[in-house]
Design a protein around this ligand. Structure first.
Ligand code: KIV
Ligand code: ZN
Length: 515
């Protein structure tokens, strides 16, 4: 067991701050799936949600608390009694429960948002941390907008929080404002001045508004922080949070420099990235560090030449280290259930017999249309067949005609709450006809904000992966679908987005304002 001096605690907030990305809302089933992958990844702490924010989020945090055994499960709450009680009620049955409470400390927030004096904030910290501690042994306190707060006031706030029982004090760069040098100095100052700092772990929570979240987090660790709050693929409010895969691989690849470890099983990073991208509908940019599609691609002739002679000439880590492309074996029409099941395991998926059978059925359908099935195809099938919530709308069949002479037309058969309905429309093109028909059948007034198609693998017979973003008044929902036929993939993506829209609309009723 590594001591705290040698180890960084990884606090994942994909299910809370990550979920605050537009359109990324997850329901109970989806949160549990992501939480289980985070547990397999080996994260120390999972912030599962903000229980007072909606009944749906309360249920999701409670469900995660019931399922996860190896990581601490944490609920977020403002410094208010009813929030704290809801957070505790949601996590109390976890094997390792935790509460994270916060209040803003910058003058700008005190004046315009909280309308409180500094003394009132100090009183609130003492009371709320004390209440959390009376309920739960593990309490984290955050001073929101810390990087724009007065340093000496911060010292008082954190000293009060530790005296009231906080075991972790978190320093958020809420608006992504600081830089690595300034943050290093702030953490060093706090470490020197806060009373009884040895009784608490210093944590950091950085936003990426200026693209410095990862650098700021690493700099804070060099100044003595020992917990990093981060998300898979760096998703989160606005420009997102520190990305888990980046900080973990920095400490892994540059062990010689930092001499610090994390508890992460790095081979689970890529499956986690794919899962979160599919569930939230937020694609990963191709040049994203560690998990982007190009992160291990060598394009230029000189690089390829060097790489082929000796991998380490142009590669500082291997794709296998993050669980990407573990095997180059290709499956096909004649591959059996056993081969598929073995491949699923090696890709990091732990599925029940019943789920393997579902994947196998879809695998057979696709291998009738596509000669070679690659790992990326299998991942797309798992996401489509398994990681998808039971839906209100189910795509049954489509029939689309288009061309240079005829008017594009689509006929769609949908299952709506178990009933089968059919309709048709003309359109400007095949996707337009298809989308008009589906939208008409579901009664939404949604506007299509984004439509993108990419190919899951190379080859003319590759599966197309379609991502759509819909907006209906103030609700944004994303959806994804994959199929060798891109019109089918398009229909699947739209139906997925509409199901998510339906879920978001329900979730909204009973919400409190977001953070
Ligand atoms: O960015 C932030 O300040 C937060 C806090 C709740 C920690 O997300
Ligand atoms: Zn945040």
């Amino acid at each position: 067991m590594k001591t705290l001096q040698e180890r960084i605690i990884i606090f994942d907030t994909t299910l809370r701050d990550g979920e605050q990305s537009p359109g990324a809302s997850m329901d109970v089933h989806e949160k549990v799936l992501v939480a289980k992958q985070l547990e397999a990844l080996g994260v120390d702490r999972i912030e599962a949600g903000f229980p007072i924010s909606s009944p749906g989020d309360f249920d999701a945090v409670q469900a995660v608390a019931g399922e996860v055994k190896k990581s601490m499960v944490i609920g977020l709450c403002r410094a208010r009694d009813e929030d704290i009680q809801a957070a505790w009620d949601a996590v109390k049955n976890a094997t390792m429960p935790g509460i994270h409470t916060f209040i803003a400390t910058s003058d700008i927030h005190l004046k315009y948002q909280l309308n409180m004096s500094r003394d009132q904030v100090l009183g609130s910290v003492e009371h709320s941390v004390g209440m959390c501690r009376s309920l739960c042994p593990d309490v984290e306190f955050s001073a929101m907008d810390a990087t724009r707060s007065d340093r000496d006031f911060l010292v008082d706030v954190y000293s009060t929080a530790i005296a009231a029982g906080a075991g972790t004090i978190n320093v958020p760069d809420t608006v992504g404002y600081t830089n690595p040098q300034e943050f290093f100095e702030l953490i060093s100052y706090l470490k020197k001045k806060i009373r009884d700092i040895d009784k608490a772990v210093i944590s950091v929570h950085c936003h990426n508004d200026l693209g410095m979240a990862t650098a700021n987090s690493v700099s804070a660790v060099m100044a003595g922080a020992r917990q990093i709050e981060c998300t898979i693929n760096g998703i989160g409010e606005r420009a997102g949070n520190t990305s888990l895969e980046e900080v973990v691989m920095i400490f892994n690849v540059r062990k010689d420099l930092y001499k610090l470890d994390t508890s992460i099983d790095t081979s689970q990073i890529y499956p986690a990235s794919r899962l979160v991208s599919h569930i939230t509908g937020i694609p990963v940019q191709p040049n994203k560090a560690i998990v982007g599609a190009n992160a291990f691609a060598h394009e230029s002739g000189i690089h390829q030449d060097g790489y082929l002679k000796e991998r380490s000439t142009y590669e500082i880590m291997t794709p296998e280290a993050i669980g990407y492309g573990k095997s180059n074996l290709v499956l096909g029409k004649h591959s059996g259930r056993h081969a598929l099941s073995k491949r699923l395991e090696s890709l990091g998926y732990r599925l029940s017999e019943e789920d393997v059978n579902k994947v196998f059925r879809r695998f057979k359908e696709i291998s009738d249309k596509k000669k070679e099935i690659f790992d990326a195809d299998i991942e797309a099938i798992v996401i489509e067949e398994i990681y998808r919530v039971p839906d209100k709308y189910e795509l049954k069949h489509i029939n689309v005609s288009s061309g240079t002479v005829s008017t594009p037309a689509a006929t769609v058969v949908l299952g709506v709450d178990g009933e089968v309905v059919k309709d048709s429309c003309f359109g400007n093109g095949p996707v337009d006809a298809l989308y008009k028909t589906i939208i008409k059948m579901t009664g939404f007034h949604a506007e299509l904000k984004r439509f993108s198609v990419s190919s899951v693998t190379g080859g003319f017979d590759a599966q197309g992966e379609v991502t759509v973003e819909l907006m209906d008044r103030d609700t944004v929902a994303t959806g994804q679908g994959a199929d060798p036929d891109i019109l089918v993939a398009s229909a699947r993506a739209l139906v997925n987005a509409l199901n998510r829209m339906e879920f978001l609309k329900h979730k909204r009723s009973g919400d409190v304002p977001h953070l």
